[in-house]
Each structure stands twice: as C-alpha cells, then as structure tokens.
Design a protein around this ligand. Structure first.
Ligand code: SF4
Ligand code: FES
Length: 248
C-alpha cells in the first residue's frame, strides 16, 4: 500500500506544532501501525531528518503507553485494540491518515506524538492501593472468600491499562472512566474496604486538580476504550463518592 501521512510535529512543549505531510510506500497490510511508523522513521533518519517521536513499550496491548489519535480516534479505527495492536490491513491503498497526539489540557504534548500522562499516576497515587499487613502475619489473598460476580467485575475493572484513550475520546477530556476503573477494582473487594472512604474522595479530588473535565455521559470513552471498561464503573464511583461524602 502507498499512503499519505499527515503527522503532528512539535519540537517541544513550548513550541507551536503543525501537521507535516509524508508519503510512505510499500506498506504491508500485515504490519502493525507502529511498525509502519518505524519504517517511516528509518527513512527519515537515512535522509538526515528527525524521526517522529511516539510512545511505545510492550507492543502487545499491555503497558498502555502507545497513544495515538488516528484519523480523529484514539487508537484508530479498530475496536478493542491499542495502537500497537492496530494493523495496516484496516487501511487501504491511497488512504490519507492523520496522526496526532492525544489532546487534553491535562495531557500536555512533550514532543511530536508524545504526551505527558503523569496526571494519571498522581490520581493512582492518591488512593489506588490497599494496605497489607507485612509484619509476618500476612493473610493469603485467596483465604478470603469473594463471590464470583464481584471477583469478575473487579478483574474487569483492573484490566484498565491507563492508556488515556478515554480522556482523548471525551469532548470534555474527562478522566472518569479511568478513575472509576481504579476505584472499582478495590471497591468490589473486601481488601479494598479499609481505605474505601478516603480512596474515592482523594482520587476524585486529584482528578479535578489535574484539570480533567466533567463527565456528561456521552459514552465516547467506553466506545474507544481498548479494554472494554464499562460505564458501569462510573456509576459505581458516583455511588461510592456519595456514600463517602455523607460519611465525611
Ligand atoms: S479506561 Fe480504557 S481508555 Fe481509559 S485509561 Fe483505562 S484502558 Fe485506557
Ligand atoms: S505499546 Fe504497550 S499497549 Fe501499546
């Protein structure tokens, strides 16, 4: 396939960015999207030009670092996959592809297609943990019976990889789907009850401090989430927040 790429180039956080046109030839439909960018970068380096910077690590849908807005959609046109799992067979010969960084005030661009998602780390640090007795009397987690439904729902919430696509998909740049997945993963389990009140209050407070927008229930986040994180988690977090506020 021969493709026309329109890629966001930005020198650093303080520079103004712009879309730059590139032509790429002989793209195999079996390549991943990131492999296609690797080929482009090799050709740029050969010509003595600066390669396009983009985030990636595992390249198998686990780490959550790959984060491209492809033709206006976070992680591109496929469903249930991250950018690193997107294949070029989803495009056709002659296509023009727009490639931009995730756009949100709380995710400032560092360079080209790389954004700073440390706001998510700070939300996680505000309450995304449980206290465990490590004094020598540690209880095996499997010794506490948990009903299957709750265990499954907690596991589903825990599959959030923190990629930020939910924020990029939302017209308000809301981080409710991410934060609610992190709250739900503990709210559903007995181990998560000790810090339950402070957790939801502190994580939501941090989310607001980071400058993410409000949720207006458009559901775009759920559609674009590569891990199928459900809007049910947002409803659960709202209930947890109300209960915690009444206690506080
Ligand atoms: S909820 Fe989905 S889209 Fe949002 S950070 Fe988690 S995995 Fe990514
Ligand atoms: S590179 Fe790890 S999820 Fe894409």
């Amino acid at each position: 396939m021969n493709l026309k790429l329109k890629i966001w180039r930005q020198k650093d956080a303080n520079s103004k960015g712009q879309i730059v046109d590139y032509n790429i030839t002989d793209v195999s439909p079996d390549m991943s999207f990131l492999e296609m960018l690797d080929v482009l970068n090799e050709s740029l380096v050969e010509k003595g030009e600066e390669p396009v910077e983009f985030d990636h690590d595992c390249r198998e849908g686990i780490c959550g670092t790959c984060s491209l807005q492809i033709n206006g959609e976070p992680h591109g046109p496929d469903r249930g996959v991250t950018t690193c799992q997107l294949h070029m067979r989803k495009f056709k010969d002659g296509d023009t592809i727009y490639i931009e960084p995730f756009r949100a005030k709380a995710f400032p661009v560092i360079k080209d297609l790389i954004v700073d998602r440390s706001a998510f780390d700070r939300i996680q640090q505000a309450g995304g943990y449980v206290s465990v007795n490590t004094s020598g009397n540690t209880i095996d987690a499997n010794a506490i019976p948990i009903n299957k439904h709750d265990a499954d729902e907690a596991f589903d919430a825990a599959t959030c990889i923190g990629c930020g696509a939910c924020v990029a998909a939302c017209k308000n740049a809301s981080a409710m789907l991410f934060t609610s997945a992190k709250v739900s993963q503990f709210a559903l389990l007995p181990q998560g009850q000790v810090e339950a009140t402070e957790r939801v209050l502190n994580m939501v407070k941090q989310m607001d401090l980071e400058g993410f927008g409000n949720c207006t229930n458009t559901g775009a986040c759920e559609i674009e989430c590569p891990k199928g994180i459900s809007l049910k988690n947002i409803a659960r977090m709202n209930r947890e927040y109300l209960a915690a506020s009444l206690k506080g």
